[in-house]
Design a protein around this ligand. Structure first.
Ligand code: ADP
Ligand code: MG
Length: 570
């Protein structure tokens, strides 16, 4: 009984609790809807700001055209002799031509940045970073390492294990930027293609790879090449894929100097809220060496290689020059190199040329050739670099940077709002989970109680059945006893009637006896008077015999009766 009461109390309690939880869940669902709505609205407010930020950043980056040139001079080895270059400021490289025939043997070249031999990979990357950012913002970006063989192109791009170059640093930056915004509803995914371009022939260095993604097209729609793209989710993946590509490229270092290596990081952007999707790519190109054909040394195969390199590099120079001078038609068609990179050269894309220089005297002609090539690409040889222009552009850049900073601040404030909203949403969700657990617990208790009740019921019904059986047995026994009693009563009645008969008999015998006694007395009196003593004795003996027999019979009858009565009462 107690258990039943407890069970029903608990069930009532759990039902009440369930009611409360259901009501609360409704409130929470409503709250969640409102928070989602608020998040959507904030995202909608942020979106134009982010777009504006990208636009401003893009304007800042393209303030002086979409082609930028950095110049890097590598440190000289001991046996290479003294340097013939100077660095008057961070935008100028001054070459001492040693030509005494001209009034000023020193020639200045101005670029967007000039790095002396002691500038390391990290500092260089600091200036390359905006290009990487721009690629993540949805613009195609191409970064070339240009220069004669042995000038530091591969060092700049690949670097060494302890001082990584642009490949690794660029991908790490993309990865960090893509993951830095924890509140964002933006999702980025990356994949990589690697090709070797030799004598106008493309070789896919990842052709043997996983092929988990569909092939990607490079080049114009009418003559594209299909490449295997390898998905890369993190910097480790990226370096693993590059290792495979380098392995597939082989070990013929001489061949490397006459082929271009194009590593492209494909960036897919997806905004989960607005549904906006963007695709852009960052191409990093370690160009073939900028050599001149020395007819006496180079012949046969090597000469053909060099001719192909010269042709493709000059085609690249032409494309860049026409982009810089804003010509209507850009000659992409003149080489495979410019064809496959056409969508990363011009238009809204950005190009960074890093010209590598070896600053000793023996390399002077090649250095001048490289610098002239890049100066043409940038359309900014000596005479154009006047300090006022530079100052003016710096002011423009500073203003833009300031505006960018303010927009960024506004964006950050909104992002903080989103963080708050998302935290509230998370708290609400946590509470939902807690309540859900409580409901489950209550259900469990009520279930247990129900099963307790069930087992108690079955126990009771068993008990009830046993009692019923016992009752039936008792009833049977009572009926038997009643039957016995009836039988005994019948026997008593029979005995009573026997007794009555016996008593009647006794009475008649007594009567007979009395009669006999009376007559005997009378006879006795008469005898005294008329008969002799002998006759008296004889008569007495005869009459005396009769009365003794009667008395004996009487006594027997009485004994019988007493025995019967005794049996009856026993
Ligand atoms: P390239 O690829 O243009 O033929 P490399 O990158 O192979 O030239 O560089 C030639 C040599 O100079 C290599 O031994 C490289 O380690 C070294 N080197 C190039 N640039 C630098 C630098 N900035 N600092 C230190 N060593 C460099
Ligand atoms: Mg190299």
């Amino acid at each position: 009984m107690e258990l039943r009461q407890e069970a029903s109390d608990l069930q009532e309690y759990s039902n009440a609790k369930l009611d409360r939880v259901t009501r609360y869940l409704g409130v929470l669902a409503d709250k969640t809807r409102k928070l989602d709505q608020a998040a959507l609205e904030t995202e909608a407010r942020i979106s134009p700001l982010i777009h504006e930020k990208k636009k401003l950043f893009n304007e800042l980056l393209t303030a002086k055209g979409s082609v930028k040139v950095f110049c890097r001079t590598r440190p000289l080895f001991e046996d290479e002799g003294p340097s013939v270059v100077e660095f008057p400021d961070e935008f100028t490289i001054r070459i001492n031509t040693g030509d005494d025939n001209v009034s000023n043997p020193k020639k200045d070249f101005e670029f967007d940045r000039v790095y002396g031999p002691h500038v390391g990979q990290a500092e260089l990357f600091g200036d390359v970073q905006p290009f990487v950012q721009s690629a993540l913002d949805g613009f195609n970006v191409s970064i070339f390492a240009y220069g004669q063989t042995n000038s530091g192109k591969t060092y700049t791009m690949e670097g060494s294990s302890h001082d990584r170059g642009l490949y690794a640093r660029s991908f790490e930056e993309l990865f960090d930027l893509a993951n830095s915004d924890t509140t964002s509803t933006s999702r980025f995914s990356f994949s990589v293609t690697v090709v070797d371009l030799h004598k106008e022939q493309i070789r896919d260095l990842l052709s043997e790879c996983g092929k988990s993604l569909p092939k990607v097209h490079l080049g114009p729609p009418d003559s594209f090449v299909e490449l295997v793209q390898e998905k890369v989710d993190n910097p480790l993946d990226f370096s693993r894929v590059l290792k495979v590509a380098f392995h597939n490229r082989g070990t013929d270092t001489l061949k490397f100097t006459v082929s271009h290596l194009i590593i492209t990081i494909h960036i897919n952007y997806n905004n989960l809220i607005t549904g906006e999707k963007l695709y852009s790519k960052l191409s990093l190109i370690d160009l073939a060496g900028n050599e001149t054909l020395a007819v006496e040394d180079d012949s046969g195969e090597r000469a053909t290689d060099l001719l192909h390199v010269m042709r493709s590099l000059s085609a690249l120079g032409d494309v860049l020059a026409s982009l810089t001078s804003k010509k209507d038609t850009v000659p992409y068609e003149n080489s495979m190199l410019t064809k496959v990179l056409a969508d990363s050269l011009g238009g809204s894309s950005k190009t960074l040329m890093i010209v590598n220089v070896c600053s000793n005297a023996s390399n002077l002609p090649k250095t001048l050739s490289s610098l002239n090539f890049c100066a043409r690409a940038r359309n900014a040889i000596l005479s154009l670099g006047n300090r006022d222009t530079i100052k003016k552009w710096r002011d423009v850049a500073n203003d833009a940077r300031k505006e960018l900073y303010e927009k960024e601040k506004e964006t950050n404030d909104l992002k903080q709002d989103i963080i708050g909203l998302k935290q509230a949403l998370k708290n609400a969700n946590d509470q939902c989970v807690l309540l859900y657990n409580e409901v489950q617990k209550a259900w469990k208790v009520s279930f247990m109680l129900q099963s307790d009740l069930k087992s108690e019921n079955s126990l009771l019904s068993d008990k009830h059945k046993i009692e019923k059986d016992q009752n039936a047995q008792l009833r049977n026994q009572v009926a038997q006893l009643l039957q016995l009693e009836q039988d005994q009563n019948l026997q008593i009645q029979q005995r009573d009637s026997t007794i009555q008969t016996l008593q009647a008999k006794l009475k008649s015998i007594e009567l007979q006896l009395n009669e006999a006694l009376r007559s005997s007395d009378a006879k006795l009196a008469n005898g005294l008077e008329s008969r002799s003593v002998a006759q008296l004795n004889h008569g007495a003996t005869g009459d005396g015999m009769d009365s003794v027999a009667v008395t004996k019979k009487l006594e027997e009858e009485l004994l019988k009766r007493d025995a019967l009565i005794e049996v009856w009462y026993s």
